[in-house]
Write a protein that binds this ligand. Sequence first.
Ligand code: DGT
Ligand code: CA
Ligand code: CA
Ligand code: ZN
Length: 576
Amino acid sequence: MQNPDIARLFDEVADLLEIQDANPFRVRAYRNAARTIRDFPEPIAELVRVGTRDLTDIPGIGEDLAEKITEIVTTGELPLRKQLAAKLPAGLLDLLRIPGLGPKRVKLLHKKLKVKSAADLAVALDQGRVQKLKGFGPKIEEKMRAGLGAAQQGERRMLLHEAETQANAIVGYLQAGGGIAEIAVAGSYRRRRETIGDLDILVTSGSSPQVMDRFAEYGEVAEVVSKGDTRATVKLRGGLQVDLRAVEPDAYGAALVYFTGSKAHNIELRKIAQEHSYKLNEYGLFKGTRRVAGKTEQEIYALLGLDWIPPELREARGEITLAREHRLPALVTVDDIRGDLQMHTHATDGKGTIDEMAHAARALRYEYIAITDHSKRVTMARGLDAKRLREQWKIIDEWNARSRGFTILKGVELDILETGKLDLPDDVLAEADYVVATIHYGINQTEKQLTRRLVGAVEHPWIDAIGHPTGRILGKREGYPLDFDTLARAAAAAGCLLELNGHPERMDLPDTLAAAAQRHGVRFVLSTDSHQPNNLSFMKYAVDLGRRAGLEAKDIVNTRPLAEFRKALKRATQRR
Ligand code: DGT
Ligand code: CA
Ligand code: CA
Ligand code: ZN
């Protein structure tokens, strides 16, 4: 049981409770617990096993939840979840995975239209019964139709962050068994896509049958789908499928290229190989029957006349031409990052204090952070009004006066209201060091309205960046309708930054949009949107996005020392 597995059970309980009209506070308690557990830095199953630490010491975990966690870890199930699920038709939960459908809408569909499954929903849509329900506009209907196919096939993609937890645990387990020379997780995971269909693991080993045996015996395995001497496929309890292949050392590089993909990239590579009268497959690069390369990726790319291409770029989006012309970008790395520019504290919906956030950031050897608690419109998070914000800024001033070598910037995550007006007055915004503006409400407006709201913010003198610009929530909600080209052009012209938000559920901007924005001359800021100190580690996902978009350190302003960072902000050019 990895932390994400435990978290998923709690999330499901919250969904089930919500569909069944349970007390909202109870729903909230399970949601918060799920989030806490998902983000918890140590494996909770381990804590339970060793028993040295009381689970109730974890913020947000009381006696009752601690007991449930222990139950999950020891039995692999949560009886409460089963009880709640038993009260509902089995297919109803599949509906939750359809974009646009949360517990509230699923509840309505069930109550009003007697929809019990994805198949029922398809029929109801076709009969035009769904659009008559309150709260179901044509946009949502369109989204539901698009998502229905996947839901009916039970397709489920996992967040990169969750897949990473699973991947690290499996790799650690396999290595502990010994006999493995090399091991790598290839596929979309290595390309750092924001969601992962399945994990593709490669090993070289002198004893591959034993490695396959050990793999099948892994504690998290729910089902061994197939197993031979050199390959096996399993399904884990959380539903994630994992493929393991053993290859000979001389073919390791070729297998790595092949199984890293993407498929489209492989097809382009194979075409180049053919043009040079080679044959390329997962066993190597061949001239006739002779293998001329295969041990490393580098030698394969080199013989094809290409620079080695970082996995994040292998999407057949022009990287092969760049590699041929030695023009690949020097992609940004986590080490380039000097500060984190979006995080929340306990003043709003975060769990740490200013001091705790700063400490965690210093441990990452950052030079600066911005504290960006929500503004008042976000009532759910007890957003700050001007008075509370200024009180917080006074504390930050005092903190900065006391400390050396590290600076906390006075920031705010400013809500762009439904009307396009801003949630705080200009004189307050002018006093800030950094303002990131975001949309949380009115997301069902038209493309025109939403674009206008964002462009208005981009052009405002005291807004330095637009946060989580598309508003997507992975697996739950697509980004709002936007004329992104117009937004990117306006941002470039105004010198307003666009954020790459590394929160695992957001990873927003999407890579393709970030690449498009860069072509318009936009500069970026990377952030984690942390809600507790250890969330600062999410920066790697913001970097993943940047790398997939082909960004270099120079495209990203928080790779710069503080003084230069300040100068790069739009407010540096304003006169108060
Ligand atoms: P996923 O698992 O849906 O997140 O995405 P991938 O990219 O990991 O895809 P997967 O697991 O189906 O296959 C892993 C890699 O194997 C894929 O990126 C490229 C390679 N591959 C799979 N099928 C084919 C194929 O039919 N042709 C070629 N050239 N490569 C393939
Ligand atoms: Ca895969
Ligand atoms: Ca696969
Ligand atoms: Zn936000």
